[in-house]
Ligand binder design. Sequence first.
Ligand code: NAP
Length: 290
Amino acid sequence: MKTWEVSGRTRLVGVIGDPVEHTVSPAMHNDAFRALGLDYLYVPFRVGKADLASAVHGIRSLGMRGVNVTIPHKMEIIQHLDRVDPLAAEIGAVNVVVSDDGILTGYNTDAEGFLNVLMEHDVEPEGKNVVILGAGGAARAIAFALADRGANLIMLNRTPSNAARCAADVSKATGQKVEVLALDNRRLADAMERGHVLVNTTSVGMYPSKDDSLVPAELIRPHFVVADIVYNPHRTRLLADAEKAGARTINGLEMLIWQGALAFEKWTGKKAPVGIMRRGAVRALKSYEK
Ligand code: NAP
């Protein structure tokens, strides 16, 4: 087999965020580049809030092909880019930047990535009542994608004013009504009574607080599809409870893989080898879970 090594022609991509210590994206992308014989290298860069503007200049001055953008920069980065794709502008968050000779364009692949996962699981959003927990950056992308596909959304959030803002933006852009509720067990029970799909977009249940869940297990009924976008651990407490209740489950790693696959295609122009990216992501996650 021909060996690959970094050369003067290697194209550099990466992720900027803080923290990035537990990212699985390098394994996912570098495996895909090697499998397709592409001369690209993916590197994580820890960039704090104060350094975002200079890091974006660095994408241009170092001749990088682009970056993934993660917490806490997904919204803030927009003002530093030359162009923003209309969907990402509506969502108000960018998770992929592509540099064409130093002209930087921002995209959002979280939204399409989440829809791809639903399609893989044969879940059609149109006409479904979807209960969304959370109203942060990821919730915005997911809510836009679902509302755009004709889902009826019920959004519950710890801070209702954040959900009200998110819901107003989603309704304005998609024409779909979004119901907003404060996150407490009584309102959650009411929403679950009417729901078909539940999506946790909050960080509750994420390592190290692996035993936490916002949803009392008795509220989950067998007809539900339950998706959790937390991917560390792989099987969150919410998903374990949903499995026990007989519901179908979708884990956060799936969305992570699909948003990455769509980013890969934007940088390289090649179809992403999704199976290889999945194996890379699982391997990296296991190494962190040890
Ligand atoms: P974010 O913008 O900071 O939003 C966090 C959300 O979680 C807010 O709605 C917040 O409510 C809520 N929240 C946080 N702690 C809570 C608690 N103890 N109880 C109730 N609600 C709580 O973060 P984000 O970018 O949306 O990311 C959220 C999670 O999704 C993270 O775990 C991230 O790793 C994961 N994620 C996964 C993928 C994937 O591809 N699988 C992609 C993106 C993000 P308030 O409004 O009240 O603060």
